[in-house]
Design a protein around this ligand. Structure first.
Ligand code: NAP
Length: 261
């Protein structure tokens, strides 16, 4: 299937690790040109060099999306380098455990980590997206609909991202811009592995989590997430908008009976 992504210009936030890295690499495999904005530098710079050696452009821009000017900076940088923006993937985020007892300042900071830059990226990229009749893909979380406990900031942010996906799909339909979200539940990433490693009994905890996933009792891979993101951004899903797509092995919606041991 030709996804029609050759030479399309794609911005991925947080594209240096985990799900974001898989998204970047999958767009690159389809012949797109990517701008990856990420806080840490090493992986992004290495990826840029790796692709440059093959004559491909996977440009890295260092930036912390919690700083309000970063979104404008990445849009300006992309337009300066490529003159257009076809796709924005809002991937950066972190389940930061800011609960009800953490207080308003911590809650605000969590919204900055997980929500405000999603709005800022699309706001600043809007004129370019209108010109390209582009696409936005947001990365949400199951927590938006299930709750998790002790993570108010993250749950509020991901819930808002679901809301904005539908809101923007309506706003932007007249311009031919599509807006969709992909929802992970349990995806094996370096961050997840680190977190598990910090627990007293990581292997048993991993097995217990895997048991809860109806389809094949395993974690979703970052590649499986990336494949859906790239498809939704592609010319093969031109009549799909406002959708919230769960790539989670059935974790969020299937009957609990199917995972009861
Ligand atoms: P990850 O492994 O921690 O990767 C996130 C990447 O985003 C890192 O490279 C990180 O940079 C970058 N980043 C985070 N905040 C940033 C900021 N403020 N400015 C710039 N870069 C930033 O995380 P992941 O597991 O792949 O998660 C990706 C997305 O999926 C997130 O939105 C997350 O909420 C969502 N999600 C993941 C899971 C899961 O099971 N993994 C489940 C549900 C939802 P640094 O290198 O500087 O840290």
């Amino acid at each position: 299937m030709n996804l029609g992504l050759q030479d399309r210009i794609v911005i991925v936030t947080g594209g240096s690790k985990g799900i974001g890295e898989a998204i970047v690499r999958t767009f690159m495999a389809e012949g797109a040109k990517v701008v990856n904005v990420n806080r840490s530098t090493a992986e992004g710079e290495a990826m840029q060099a790796e692709f440059a050696a093959e004559g491909q452009q996977c440009l890295f821009m260092q930036g912390d999306l919690c700083e309000p000017e970063t979104a404008q900076r990445v849009v300006d940088y992309t337009l300066k380098k490529f003159g257009q923006i076809d796709v924005i993937v809002n991937n950066a985020g972190v389940n930061d455990g800011v609960g009800l007892e953490s207080g308003l300042d911590a809650f605000n900071a969590s919204l900055q980590r997980n929500l405000l830059h999603v709005y800022a990226m699309v706001h600043h990229g809007l004129d370019a997206l209108k010109k390209s009749r582009g696409a936005v893909v947001n990365i949400g979380s199951k927590v938006a609909v299930t709750g998790q406990g002790n993570t108010s900031g993250y749950a509020a942010s991901k819930g808002a991202i679901n809301g904005l996906t539908r809101e923007w799909a309506v706003d932007l339909a007249p311009f031919g811009i599509r807006v969709n979200s992909v929802i992970p539940a349990e995806v094996w990433t370096p961050l997840y592995a680190n977190w598990l490693g910090s627990l007293p009994n990581p292997e048993a905890t991993r097995k217990a989590i895997e048991q809860l996933v109806p389809l094949e009792h395993r974690f979703t891979t970052a590649q499986e997430l990336a494949d859906m993101v790239v498809f939704l951004a592609s010319q093969r899903s031109l009549h799909t908008t406002g959708q919230i797509v769960y790539v989670d092995g059935g974790y969020t919606h299937l009957d609990r009976k199917c995972t009861a041991s």
